[in-house]
Ligand binder design. Structure first.
Ligand code: HEC
Ligand code: HEC
Length: 348
């Protein structure tokens, strides 16, 4: 008979090649390490991104929620979209994340709930705004700095975010509220003294929230700020220093632009880069996004050309666009204004 033989073969295959089916498809563990671990941690413990390995999260997060989240990201909230991952790769990543917990995967009806948004708003103001911010804009910063203490709080995500709104079903939101997320500050509504029905009203209110369009949607600006000086080289450099110090910044170092590029002693002495910073500014920026290392310390270059003396800086706002972080965009806008002021003051 054929059957027992096939069965033996199947068992044989299972025993000796238990991971065989995985080997043909996308490697979820590898894809996760490549695309997610830097923010969500190697085993989903969280970091710049919130934890993904918590049983209370995996018990309520549907596969659709994951899929849509990866397709859309969270515009302006650091979490990128992954348009380049194909369906197999996305599914493999989801399976990898699911392997961290034995929670069964939930599936929700698409039917919306019928709560009362006006009542939900009152409940939200009383119980949720303290963490999720007014109108659900989300906690500020990523909660991660280089001096972050272990066990630092998990930042409350933005509930008004179009990426979140389009990914989550009413039923999943309600399940989240009923359960809370042990291992994060997110309480169950029962712990807040609310009843199961209150969740419907909260969901109805959250559905009405719409976030501001992201700065990332704005067209790119010039990549550098550059002005011609009315003064000679020495005077311009001195003016930049005074303007920097006048804004409570400390000059960290002054360096020839060609240092390390041209043979020692032969660098152009009329191309100087000035590095400056201040501690409060540095701390604020790091709290917004630990990747600000790219922008800091602040630097301005003064150089002489045949046409005259020029002063230049990068335009931080243009760099910030890479990071999908609206708060960072706003900080970089301020930085850009400051550069513009300093350079104008020094060159006029
Ligand atoms: C650059 C950092 C970054 C990367 C890379 C990143 N994420 Fe995120 N992710 C975040 C942040 C930050 C949030 C929270 C957004 C908020 O605060 O509103 C988030 C949220 C999420 C959520 C929603 C979680 C919840 O509790 O509802 C999921 C799911 C998620 N990310 C999965 C992934 C996966 C899978 C990858 C890799 C394919 C990934 N992320 C890559 C930063 C990142
Ligand atoms: C003490 C702070 C705190 C309070 C109060 C709080 N939350 Fe949260 N909430 C969080 C944190 C932190 C998370 C992210 C948990 C995680 O990492 O999985 C969260 C997650 C959520 C999520 C899931 C969002 C997502 O992207 O996964 C929803 C929905 C939510 N909260 C709604 C509410 C509502 C509605 C209230 C009021 C009834 C509330 N929260 C009260 C801190 C809080």
């Amino acid at each position: 008979m054929m059957l027992p033989k096939l069965k033996t073969l199947a068992i044989y295959a299972l025993v000796f090649f238990p991971r065989f089916p995985m080997a043909i498809g996308a490697d979820g563990a590898l894809l996760y390490q490549q695309h997610c671990a830097v923010c969500h941690g190697a085993s989903g413990d969280g970091g710049v991104g919130i934890p993904l390995n918590l049983p209370d999260f995996l018990a309520v997060a549907s596969d659709d929620y994951f899929r849509e989240t990866l397709r859309r990201g969270r515009p302006g909230r650091v979490m990128p979209a992954f348009p380049n991952l194909d369906d197999d790769q996305v599914n493999a990543i989801i399976e990898h994340i699911r392997s961290w917990s034995d929670q069964s995967r939930p599936d929700y009806p698409a039917t919306p709930l019928n709560g009362k948004p006006e009542r939900g708003e009152k409940l939200f103001t009383a119980h949720c705004v303290s963490c999720h911010g007014p109108e659900g804009h989300g906690g500020s910063g990523t909660g991660v700095t280089f001096s972050r203490p272990r066990g630092a709080p998990v930042m409350a995500p933005a509930l008004d975010n179009p990426g979140f709104q389009a990914s989550v079903s009413d039923a999943m939101m309600k399940a989240t509220l009923l359960r809370g997320r042990r291992g994060t500050p997110m309480p169950s509504i029962e712990a807040l003294g609310l009843k199961a029905d209150d969740a419907d009203d909260l969901v109805a209110y959250i559905r009405q929230l719409k976030s501001k369009p992201s700065k990332a949607d704005e067209p790119p600006t010039e990549s550098v700020i550059r002005l011609e000086s009315a003064h000679d080289f020495e005077q311009t450099l001195e003016n930049v220093k005074q303007a920097v110090i006048g804004r409570n910044f400390r000059i960290i170092r002054e360096q020839l632009l060609e240092q390390g590029l041209a043979p020692e002693g032969q660098e152009n002495k009329r191309q100087v880069m000035l590095y400056f910073c201040n501690f409060a500014f540095l701390n604020d920026a790091l709290a917004l996004d630990p990747r600000v290392g790219l922008f800091l310390p602040c630097r301005i270059t003064v150089f002489e050309t045949e046409q005259g003396v020029q002063v230049m800086s990068i335009n931080p706002k243009n760099l910030s666009r890479l990071f999908n972080n609206q708060e960072l965009d706003e900080a970089c806008q301020k930085m850009q204004d400051m550069y513009q002021d300093i350079i104008e003051e020094a060159t006029l």
